[in-house]
Design a protein around this ligand. Structure first.
Ligand code: DGT
Ligand code: CA
Ligand code: CA
Ligand code: ZN
Length: 572
């Protein structure tokens, strides 16, 4: 059983326990789901190596949960989970994915209308049955329908973060075959799009039949959609399709370029080739029947009179014109971050202690990490009030005396109240090293009110960084209705930093907003928003997002050494 599947089951257990209004337990199971998802290796491997004791090393996993993981790994089933499911036999994961529908609503909907699936709910809402229920009403009915529509738009696509580990694993398996000379993942995955429709893998081999034979026989394959000598498509257990193409070495660059896309980028490149009297396709760049380039992408771009365009920019959004003039941005690089400015710990809803988070930052080669637990407005996470925050500052001072090699900054993720004030007093905020502010409530304000609220909060002299500026959660929650141009203007005016939240289902700012912010000269940070040590490696998704938004190293202030970073903050 894969980590993603284990995580799904524990997340459902958390939802069922919340439905039963059990205290504490839902959060504990939720944390385990988080940890499993972000684990660097399969839990099955950990179990094989270290048994129950090994499993208990996973953050948030105690004895009882370790035994449950064991049961799942050994039998593929879990009695406890099946018992919960029997009481309320519904698609709790699917239903709660709809914005505004929580576990308690799911229970009511099941008990009163027998609703088990999203399709049932949609039917009932369309028939006007939801508005008749106590606690629901017509507004809620409309909201549910809107939420279902939103989910449908995203269906069939997968957040990159949820499928990249599997895609990479398949890539590595193929690379290990003796018949394979080279393997690269192309398509939207190589461009680091936030969601992918299917995975496109390219291999160089002189024995394509053997490679295809291996590919279609992989354990995850549930259906072979097509099988040819050089091209096959399979559907995996998780519902995602994977295309594999085997090409000869001399056209590898051209094939890689073609299958990396985007389609619009390809079309524009082909036009440039035509203007030069050349022909470009997935086999190479040709003058008549003579191949003038195609072995590498570098020689291909060069032959077209362009500088090399990094995959993250290939969306036909001006990159070709810039490459022609030699004016492509010098993108911020993977591995260039020196700090992480948003992390949560066991002080609120994180799975790891301050020491553990700092230790992980150090292992990842970071020089500084800010601890930014939630504040009191987010009561369900045990958010800090002034007193607790001061206590945490003392704790950090103490821990800092023993933890060497990484600077622990005192921070907070402070809630922006409905009126744009903050939920922690300024004089306490002034004692912190770095203050992040974020919207966590009243998501549905009208555009003007929401914009004024956020702008007012940004004008607070204590507010260094605006965390996840639009609040969107990919395929789960739409961004709040806010005028991003006004936010970007205010950031510039006040020196407030905008965050790119690297957590793979947020990636907020999105690429086009990053690009606008960069153009306006606004400072950015890339943060993991880690709720467990395993989440810190998500930083690379944030770097990819920054690159998709044309950001350079100078635009991202946590590429700088600590002192310089701190000088970039408003309060410095
Ligand atoms: P996705 O899968 O929807 O996330 O997006 P992509 O970009 O991976 O698209 P996909 O898988 O349909 O095709 C992979 C690449 O192959 C695509 O980025 C560009 C190339 N390609 C596919 N169809 C066409 C086409 O009709 N014309 C051109 N020029 N290129 C195409
Ligand atoms: Ca694709
Ligand atoms: Ca494809
Ligand atoms: Zn949190």
């Amino acid at each position: 059983m894969r980590n993603a599947e284990l995580a799904r089951i524990f997340r459902e257990i958390a939802l069922y326990l919340e439905m039963k209004e059990e205290p504490f337990k839902p959060r504990a199971y939720g944390k385990v789901a988080y940890s499993l998802e972000a684990l660097g290796e399969p839990a099955a491997e950990i179990y094989k190596r270290g048994g129950l004791k090994g499993l208990r090393q996973i953050p948030g996993v105690g004895e009882a949960i370790a035994e449950k993981i064991e049961e799942l790994l050994k039998t593929g089933r879990l009695g406890y989970y099946e018992g919960l499911k029997k009481e309320v036999p519904v698609d709790v994961g699917g239903l709660t994915a709809i914005e505004g529908v929580g576990p308690k609503s799911v229970k009511l909907l099941y008990e009163q209308l027998g609703i088990k699936t999203v399709a049932d709910l949609e039917r009932a809402a369309r028939a006007g049955k939801i508005r008749e229920l106590a606690h629901f009403g017509e507004k809620m009915e409309q909201k549910i329908l809107k939420g279902i529509e939103f989910l449908k738009q995203g269906s069939g696509r997968f957040p990159l973060g949820s499928v990249l580990p599997l895609i990479t694993e398949i890539e590595q398996r193929l690379r290990a075959l003796p018949q394979v000379e080279e393997v690269v993942v192309a398509g939207s995955t190589r461009r680091w799009k936030e969601t992918v429709g299917d995975a496109d893998i390219l291999a160089v081999s002189r024995k394509p039949e053997k490679v295809m034979e291996f590919f279609v026989a992989m354990a995850e394959v549930v259906d072979i959609q097509g099988r040819g000598k050089t091209k096959s498509t399979v559907k995996l257990q998780n519902g995602m399709d994977v295309d594999l193409r085997v090409v000869p070495g001399e056209s590898f660059g051209a094939a890689l370029n073609y299958f990396t896309g985007s389609k619009d980028h390809n079309v524009a490149l082909r036009r440039i080739a035509q203007d030069k009297g050349l022909k470009l396709n997935e086999y190479g760049l040709f003058r008549g029947s003579k191949r003038v380039a195609g072995k590498t992408e570098e020689e291909l771009y060069k032959a077209l009179g362009l500088s090399f365009i990094p995959p993250e920019l290939r969306e036909n959004q001006g990159e070709i014109e810039a490459a022609k003039k030699g004016e492509l941005p010098d993108l911020v690089g993977y591995g260039e971050l020196r700090g992480d400015l948003q992390t949560q710990t066991t002080w609120t809803d994180g799975a790891n202690s301050i020491e553990e988070m700092a230790g992980q930052a150090k292992r990842l080669g970071l020089e500084y990490i800010a601890i930014t637990d939630h504040t009191k407005g987010l009561a369900m996470t045990g958010g800090s009030d002034e007193k607790k925050l001061l206590k945490q500052m003392e704790a950090i001072d103490k821990i800092s005396r023993s933890v060497k090699g990484v600077k622990i900054l005192k921070g907070a993720e402070v809630n922006i109240n409905k009126d744009g004030t903050l939920d922690i007093e300024d004089k306490v905020l002034a004692k912190l090293d770095v203050v992040g502010i974020a919207v966590h409530s009243h998501f549905n304000l009208a555009r003007r009110e929401m914009t004024e609220r956020i702008v007012r909060a940004m004008r607070n002299p204590q507010a260094d960084i605006l965390f996840h500026p639009t609040g969107r959660v990919i395929q789960k929650r739409e961004p709040y209705d806010v005028d991003m141009d006004a936010v970007i203007r205010t950031a510039k005016e006040t020196g407030t930093v905008l965050e790119i939240d690297a957590y793979p289902d947020r990636l907020d700012l999105k690429d086009e907003h990053v690009r606008k912010a960069v153009a306006a000269g606004v400072k950015l940070v890339i943060d993991s928003d880690a709720h467990s040590v395993n989440h810190m490696r998500f930083l690379e998704f944030g770097i990819a997002q920054a690159r998709r938004g044309w950001a350079e190293k100078k635009d991202v202030i946590n590429t700088r050494p600590l002192k310089e970073f701190l000088k970039c903050l408003k309060r410095a």
